[in-house]
Ligand binder design. Sequence first.
Ligand SMILES: [Zn+2]
Ligand SMILES: [Zn+2]
Length: 337
Amino acid sequence: MPELRQNFMTKEWVVIATERAKRPDQMAVKREAKPVVSFSEKCPFCQGHESQTPPEILGLPDGEGWKARVVPNKFAALSPDCPPERTIRRSRRSMGGFGEHDVIVETPDHSLAMAMMPDSQVADILRIYKIRHDQLSLDPRVAQVTIFKNYGTDDGTSLEHPHSQLIATPVISYQVRQRFQEAMQQFDDFGCCMFCQIIEEELEGQKRIVLTSEHFVAVELFASPAPFCTHVYPRRHMASFSDVSAKETADLGRVLRTMLAKLYIGLQNPDFNFTIRTAPAECVGVRYFHWYMSVIPRLTRTAGFELGSGMFINTVIPDEAAEFLRNVKVEAAVGVS
Ligand SMILES: [Zn+2]
Ligand SMILES: [Zn+2]
């Protein structure tokens, strides 16, 4: 029978359409494999083409070359030179488009997907995220730092060279505010962090766990809005990504790479987005919010019902998605760290 499930964190309802349900393996992407090239003459992110990007903000050297680098986005959505001044004219509010928009070039290798990188390289990328997140959070004009990756052809990404992005904004989005209010309300009512509660319950039940490590837990959401929507939670309560330790970062590198490799192998290299959901700078250290990573493969399209109702229909039962991913073996297919 179909079932409606409510997301504990957002209170959003999702339809788990069991009558239309597909087996997890039916979601695998069917497309032709592209030829693998580790260098492209036309790509501004390939090694040797450094002059084609704006000047580097941060680099991770590797002998004569580099392992990873951060550059300003040439086509930035927001500009650091724009003062964040507010204007209120009757019902119309606006603000100068202040912000920072970084591109994190993850590797010199044009075709090395994150799922195939050594764990240590993914950990290096996470370290870079943290450095830029911390630097920008100190700027009094910055209210929120969003770190994300768009991977694939249909995902709003125009360059295929492995990269992720970071956008610092002078406002906190309505969606983030609402989620924070929900978390705060929950803390006021029950005296505990709702994320810590979810981690404890999922570890107890085991059904939706994909993998665990010393410091992290990867789990399919109970009320997942889309197939294989995965959260990676730190076991230790931390509101902000800024609080993550060096040991935890190394561990997360392994967990994230393994998770992505499971998707890559199990679903045949699907498009995906990931993002780090973390406390805005003004909420660092709060007891009611808990940072995490959200990984969402793009296997379905949102359509009229989702747009009109704000409710999603998911045709893969999250418990079965977790079982499927647990059984995908990744060790043999990836580089050694
Ligand atoms: Zn390239
Ligand atoms: Zn917590």
